[in-house]
Each structure stands twice: as structure tokens, then as C-alpha cells.
Design a protein. Structure first.
Length: 168
């Protein structure tokens, strides 16, 4: 074989080998980064302490719960459904000049490694046309998160005035 042909084949082999080596080095680095924990964990939400106020001569009531994100990525609560009620909406109480006003909101941020606690004085879930309930009965809720998907829970019916979440 001629020297020029050998040189040409050698150059072609080196040219083909460079991307393969670069890919192997990159994959190895990403594997080591992930295995070390440096890559972090995706959002991982859990819901606890769900409460719903016993409806009293009204078409609406409110639900409150605690959302914990143990992941290293933020998440967003996008919507809530109450399958046995008319409608469920995210809302926030805004106080201006001493008066509270409810405002519907499209989502609730759930930052990484933190807890969001819904309350009568901040963010809650407005339930329209709730079923008749007594204290201790349960209302199913379906929460939809951007990263964590669907989370199902049940809110325990409590008398008005006792909707505050229990201490952590």
C-alpha cells in the first residue's frame, strides 16, 4: 500500500475516533456527576394534613393542606380537583386597608427543599358546591403539579375555626 494511502486512512481513523472519545469522556463525566449526588434530585412533593371546612349554609367552603418538596428542583401546583364537589380553585387572601379579599390564582410555587402551608389567611383551595359533610368525613382532592404529576389526597372535614394545620 502506498504511503499516501496509509496516511489518508490513518487521518480518517483519527477523525472518526475523536467524536467517539469525546462522547465517552462526556458520558463518563455525567455518570460520575450524577453518582456523586451533585446533579441533584428532581422535585419530589408530598401532601399532608389536608383539612376542609364543614360547609355551613353556603355554596362554598375552603380546604387547606401542607405541601412538602423534598427534591432539589422547584415544582408548581397547577390545579386542584375535588371530584365529589362542583369545582375546586386555588385562591389567595389579600389584605388591603384591613380588609381581606379572595383572589383566584393560577398556580402555587413549591420551592425545592421547602414546605408550603395553606391557611385561611394566605393560600387555600376554594371548593364550590361541596357535598354535605360532617366533621371527620373526607373529601377527595386531586392535585396536579408541573414536575411531580398527579397527587391524590383526602381532606378531613373540620368545623370552622379549626382549619389551621397542626404543627409540623
Amino acid at each position: 500500500m502506498k504511503d499516501s494511502t496509509k496516511d489518508s486512512l490513518l487521518r480518517s481513523a483519527k477523525a472518526a475516533l475523536v467524536p467517539a472519545v469525546a462522547c465517552a469522556v462526556t458520558l463518563g463525566g455525567l455518570g460520575a456527576w450524577t453518582a456523586s449526588g451533585a446533579a441533584g434530585r428532581p422535585a419530589e412533593v408530598s401532601v399532608s394534613d389536608a383539612r376542609v371546612l364543614v360547609p355551613f349554609d353556603t355554596d362554598d367552603t375552603a380546604a387547606f393542606l401542607r405541601i412538602r418538596n423534598d427534591g432539589d428542583g422547584d415544582d408548581v401546583l397547577l390545579s386542584v380537583e375535588a371530584p365529589t364537589a362542583g369545582r375546586a380553585m386555588l385562591s389567595r387572601t389579600v389584605t388591603k386597608q384591613g380588609a381581606g379579599k379572595m383572589s383566584m390564582i393560577s398556580s402555587v410555587e413549591v420551592p425545592a427543599n421547602s414546605t408550603v402551608e395553606m391557611s385561611p389567611h394566605d393560600t387555600d383551595i376554594m371548593i364550590s358546591a361541596p357535598p354535605r359533610m360532617r366533621a371527620g368525613e373526607r373529601l377527595p382532592l386531586v392535585l396536579k403539579f408541573r414536575e411531580s404529576g398527579t397527587v391524590r389526597t383526602e381532606a378531613v372535614a373540620v368545623p370552622a375555626g379549626s382549619a389551621a394545620l397542626p404543627p409540623k
